[in-house]
Design a protein. Structure first.
Length: 305
């Protein structure tokens, strides 16, 4: 892809999401310098990208366009820790630092000021679409940052999915958290309804077929239930703990702005209860298992309570 304005990228975080993203970048002809704290992801990429031992060593030198460093890390704590391990000091003037994980928007804005002091620019570009979207290059990428720099990196990010510039720095992380709040609420509501129908005697597959042509459809009924719940694989690739983190960020935004948040607060409560009851590494679709475990054992849904 000779039309890419950026041909060299540093990439920190070669885990579940970073793995397919790096593979797509490399397949597009991008020279990737990668780092991960864990040894297994690093070994898996030894023949595909240049693996470096320290985060500070990922910053590209030379090549077309400005130096670009992408972070695909779990949260703001890890992002700040990685920057503190020498990466911040290694940023050269003009470097574009792109946080593609799900961080806290206010902390992202504060970090952007520290990055700016180095003469570099921070952009937040969190994604939605999970591992399957990263593999297929169909992620939705919510970008926050200045117009000029976002324009420079848009063709590069387009290798990974659909790019949407949603506002200044921090806006991407805010929208990603709010998106996941909606997703979490949909999955709860859809699952309660489908489990009620199942107890009544309806076939879940039949319900989904009808609902997905009706007004009750959502990403939960069109994707999560048919692909991960009905087959009982529960392997969407997005952890329940990360969902809880994101929806807590969204609730904080709602409360800080004075927006209505009663449903958001209850959604966070229920997801937090599920996280406490399920395994630490549970997939977020396993909340259906938790809901099912809490169902009444009354065998007759028509009987009086």
């Amino acid at each position: 892809m000779a039309d890419l304005p950026v041909r060299a990228v540093g990439f920190v975080g070669l885990g579940r999401m970073g793995d397919p993203m790096v593979r797509r970048l490399a397949a597009a002809g991008v020279d990737v310098r990668g780092h991960d704290a864990a040894p297994d992801p690093r070994a898996a990429f030894a023949d595909l990208v240049t693996i470096v031992d320290k985060p500070a060593e990922v910053v590209p030198v030379g090549g077309d366009g400005p130096p670009v460093v992408i972070l695909m890390l779990p949260d703001s704590n890890v992002v700040e820790a990685v920057l503190g391990e020498g990466l911040l000091d290694a940023l050269t003037p003009g470097t574009l630092l792109i946080d593609m994980g799900s961080s806290e928007p206010m902390r992202t804005k504060a970090l952007a000021e520290r990055v700016a002091a180095r003469g570099a620019v921070m952009i937040d570009a969190p994604v939605s679409g999970g591992v399957s979207g990263a593999t297929a290059g169909t992620l939705t990428i919510m970008v926050g940052g200045p117009d000029t720099e976002v324009g420079v990196i848009t063709p590069l990010l387009a290798v990974l999915g659909r790019v949407r510039h949603v506002g200044p720095v921090g806006a991407g992380h805010a929208l990603k958290a709010l998106n996941n709040l909606m997703s979490a609420s949909h999955l709860l509501a859809s699952s309660e309804a489908l489990l009620a129908g199942e107890r009544f005697g309806l076939d879940p597959a039949v319900m989904l077929d009808a609902v997905n042509g009706s007004s009750g459809r959502s990403g939960s009924t069109e994707n999560k239930w048919p692909n991960f719940v009905l087959p009982e694989t529960y392997n969407s690739g997005f952890a329940l703990a990360l969902m809880v983190k994101d929806i807590r960020i969204a609730l904080g935004l709602a409360e800080a702005t004075g927006a209505p948040s009663a449903l958001a607060a209850r959604t966070v409560e229920l997801w937090s209860e599920a996280a406490a009851a399920l395994a630490p590494d549970a997939d977020h679709t396993e909340i259906v298992r938790w809901l099912r475990a809490g169902e009444s054992t009354d065998p007759d849904p028509r009987s009086d309570r």
